[in-house]
Write a protein that binds this ligand. Structure first.
Ligand SMILES: Nc1ncnc2c1ncn2[C@@H]1O[C@H](COP(=O)(O)OP(=O)(O)OP(=O)(O)O)[C@@H](O)[C@H]1O
Length: 365
């Protein structure tokens, strides 16, 4: 069995939204997509087009100083955690997100929750989001109660609203007297309980659950899944990342399979999980050396990815003209870096500013 025989790169298994023609980022940034709702009339809640995330790889202090002193010459190593992901999610969708370690799941969800800024692409979010991650968002030195207050304030709740529900949140978390202890003394399961209790009481429209349920004990996981069923029944939109495929199967209707920074497949959960399991089976039967070089090649492709490749893909996907290609290449949403034209303006601007200062200081006396 070869991998290619199983390959389903960006399969529009679910016709809703995914078959819509993509718009170039430079144009899409200014206008909305026509026909936002899906075929059965559910409103669009989250829409991503060519979302990328470029990380700077860990550089030494010297390299960082050099980069500040000489930005043109600095050669920071880059890593593209996301290489241009496009998807639509509608009200009431419960979307599972699967993929091997390091594929980009948390990166995507952190972008959706606003904890991380995408490097380029167009993202539309309609509603209040709440990220529930075991590892993020809680302050270690604050107690459970203080964390509840802080996170609720950050979600825009008033002190009075927080007073009204702080006891309910504490009770839901099942932490007992530990709620008055600093979070740094909590186990990962206890953090997960607190994070979940806070998130579900914010009543978000879009809820993002990142691996939170994998570390709790079984009774709490069941209680949390029941709570999520309530959200689902109320028509909320939920993203659910998990390596526990059983939970994804039980709880979600649609699934995204993210693989080395790309959306490899997106569609109904049964189909995508089957494809993912087939791929895992194919991968697991490879020799260790072959596995290593397979992963290394894909990671290298994430290092080597660049804006030209992204532009070429947008142009190809959307059958765009050369003029559009030039426009996209110039677009800051894809560029994000200063072009020679930006530099020229910067130099002229600085010159004018320096001349104005000279006039003020020497001639104004
Ligand atoms: N701040 C960062 N700087 C550099 N690289 C990063 C950073 N954060 C994440 N990455 C890299 O981006 C890739 C995607 O990471 P991400 O955490 O999104 O993966 P994941 O699919 O959630 O993994 P897991 O299943 O292990 O939680 C990984 O290769 C990771 O090393």
């Amino acid at each position: 069995m070869t991998e290619d025989s199983k390959k389903t790169v960006y399969t529009p298994t679910d016709p809703r939204g995914l078959n819509e023609p993509f718009l170039p980022v430079s144009i899409a940034k200014q206008i909305d997509l026509p026909g936002n709702d899906n075929v059965s009339g559910a409103p669009l809640k989250v829409s991503g087009r060519y979302i990328t995330k470029e990380y700077d790889m860990g550089t030494s202090r010297n390299e960082k100083i050099q980069a500040i002193l000489n930005p043109l010459k600095s050669k920071k190593e880059k890593f593209w955690g996301l290489k241009g992901i496009s998807f639509d999610v509608f009200e009431g969708d419960v979307v599972g997100v699967v993929g091997v370690n390091g594929s980009g799941k948390s990166t995507l969800l952190n972008i959706l929750s606003g904890a991380l800024m995408e490097t380029s692409g167009r993202l539309i979010l309609k509603g209040k989001t709440s990220l529930l991650s075991v590892w993020d968002g809680l302050r270690d030195n604050l107690t459970g109660l203080e964390n509840i207050r802080l996170k609720s304030l950050m979600m825009g709740l008033s002190n009075k609203e927080i007073d009204n529900q702080i006891n309910d949140i504490a009770e839901f978390s099942e932490l007992g007297k530990f709620i008055k202890q600093p979070v740094k003394n909590y186990s990962s399961g206890m953090r997960s309980k607190l994070g979940f209790a806070i998130a579900v009481h914010q009543n978000p429209d879009i809820m993002i659950i990142d691996e939170a349920l994998s570390v709790g004990d079984q009774t709490f996981t069941r209680k949390a899944l029941n709570k999520m069923q309530e959200f689902k029944a109320a028509g909320k939109t939920i993203f659910f990342v998990s390596h526990a495929l059983g939970q994804i199967e039980e709880f979600t209707d649609k699934t995204m399979w993210i693989q080395y920074g790309e959306l490899r497949a997106y569609g109904d959960t049964a189909t995508i999980l089957q494809e993912y399991k087939d791929w895992t089976k194919w991968y697991n039967q490879l020799d260790d050396d072959v596995k290593k070089s397979y992963v290394a090649a894909r990671k290298q492709a994430q290092n080597d990815f660049n804006r030209t490749q992204l532009t070429d893909r947008i142009v190809e996907d959307n059958h765009l003209s050369d003029a559009d290609k030039k426009k996209i290449a110039r677009d800051n949403a894809v560029g994000g870096r200063l072009t020679w034209w930006n530099w020229l303006l910067l130099v002229i601007g600085t010159g004018i500013f320096a001349y104005a200062v000279y006039l003020y200081v020497y001639l104004g006396r």
